[in-house]
Design a protein around this ligand. Structure first.
Ligand SMILES: Cc1cc2nc3c(=O)[nH]c(=O)nc-3n(C[C@H](O)[C@H](O)[C@H](O)COP(=O)(O)OP(=O)(O)OC[C@H]3O[C@@H](n4cnc5c(N)ncnc54)[C@H](O)[C@@H]3O)c2cc1C
Length: 383
């Protein structure tokens, strides 16, 4: 074999997996079709929210605790700032699943938190202009991960442990070797043999992994950065990251960080799905208008001139939970399709889980039963 493990796709998840594998002494090849980092997939745009009061499902909280530890470990190993704590707000009408889900996670996992009204949020964090009757969970450990820097950091750490990382080399195909021993990976530059293969191709997973063909659906998203009119209200010490369910939809946002502008986006933006290579990469006037309308209503002092717009991709599963599993027909192949709009914060721990699944007996101590490929929610209709 040329390598112990090949990692196909060196973005958020692949870079973390490469480090976790290399630090265990595995001979790793990481293959990335674009640049490292790049602005073509799902991880660009400087930052991603991390939060513990997880409204999507309380089962993510133990994974999040380990994600925090591993982000700090990568910082200590590299000296790079990856995790910035700002506090997080999950706000909606009281009976909405967002507030109720965040509250359930906070209570079940005994997380430090405060329940605030919209008015109280607006008083404490003056950049916000929430409806008075809203309810919010403030969780002091929420914040952001510097997503592009984290990819570069994980790659550097992996390289320091001997990983062979190559950009601008596209995986065209892979096949299980005869007798089920390992895999052969074919790229636009060569062929490699390895004992195990980890597929972390983000929005292209449905092209590299047949079991995900109908399950992982790329969707176009757009991020906006608007220059605050009151910059002192939108700094990292004064403006918690947020998830907000309003009449216009579900939105998320960040303080000013690294580049000019208060940043935010709308989940499932304009509901544009399609093959990853066909989704429009350039934001347009309709994208800007949609986002500015939200900004001007709920963050009027944050919504000065537009500084930047960026298109990016979600990869949605039907239940919006990740897939972390072995390939059902080829146990030497591990699948990671962890987006559905909320995967980045988990990269550090998913890297560890992927390393577990791709080495030894392929088991992990982490509870990922709810993320397995054979769960009921992913079964074709009628089963
Ligand atoms: C606008 C936006 C906002 C988001 N906000 C948040 C947030 O606040 N918090 C959060 O936790 N998550 C968030 N997410 C989700 C999160 O960013 C994703 O879950 C995460 O980036 C997915 O990482 P990935 O490694 O799967 O994909 P990527 O980082 O895109 O990596 C996949 C890589 O595989 C490469 N690749 C594809 N095909 C091949 C091939 N054939 N050969 C070689 N390489 C290949 C791609 O070029 C790419 O670099 C957001 C996503 C978007 C788009």
């Amino acid at each position: 074999m040329d390598y112990h493990v090949i990692v196909a796709g060196v973005g958020g998840m692949g870079s973390a997996a490469a480090w976790q594998l290399a630090r265990r002494g595995q001979r790793v090849l990481g293959l990335e079709r674009f640049d490292i980092p790049n602005t073509r997939g799902s991880s660009h745009g400087i930052s991603r929210i991390i939060r513990l009061a997880y409204y999507e499902d309380t089962a993510y909280v133990p994974l999040l605790r380990r994600a925090y530890e591993l982000w700090r470990e990568a910082e200590a190993a590299s000296g790079a700032e990856l995790l910035v704590i700002t506090g997080s707000l999950d706000a909606s009408p009281e009976d909405d699943a967002l507030f109720q889900g965040a509250l359930a996670s906070a209570r079940l996992h005994d997380l430090p938190h405060e329940v605030l009204t919209g008015t109280e949020v607006n008083e404490r964090f003056p950049g916000y202009r929430l409806p008075a009757g809203f309810r919010a969970i403030f969780q002091p450990q929420g914040g952001l991960v510097a997503s592009e820097r984290a990819i570069v950091t994980h790659v550097r750490l992996a390289q320091a442990k001997g990983a062979d990382i190559r950009a601008r080399e596209r995986v065209v195909d892979w096949m299980a070797n005869a007798g089920g021993e390992g895999v052969t990976v074919v790229t636009d530059k060569g062929r490699y043999r390895a004992a195990r293969l980890v597929l972390t191709a983000g929005a292209w997973m449905n092209e590299l992994a047949m079991p995900l063909r109908r399950i992982a659906v790329p969707e176009r998203q757009v991020l906006a950065w608007l220059q605050p009119l009151r910059p002192d209200w939108f700094g990292r010490d004064r403006f918690p990251v947020f998830n907000l369910q309003v009449a216009e939809g579900r939105y998320y946002g960040f303080p000013v960080y690294e580049v000019p502008g208060f940043k935010f986006g709308r989940y499932h933006h304009q509901q544009e799905t399609g093959a990853a290579d066909t989704l429009l990469r350039e934001p347009d006037a309709a994208d800007e208008a949609l986002l500015r309308t939200f900004g001007e209503r709920y963050f009027p002092d944050g919504s000065g001139p537009t500084m930047a717009l960026r298109a990016c991709m979600f990869t949605n599963t039907p239940d919006e939970h990740f897939v972390l599993d072995h390939h059902p027909d080829h146990p030497q192949v591990v699948l990671a399709s962890p987006c559905s709009g909320h995967g980045y914060k988990f990269c550090s721990v998913i890297g560890e889980i992927l390393a577990d699944l791709a080495t030894g007996d392929g088991t992990t101590r982490h509870d990922i039963g709810f993320l397995r490929l054979d769960r009921r929610a992913l079964a074709p209709a009628g089963q």
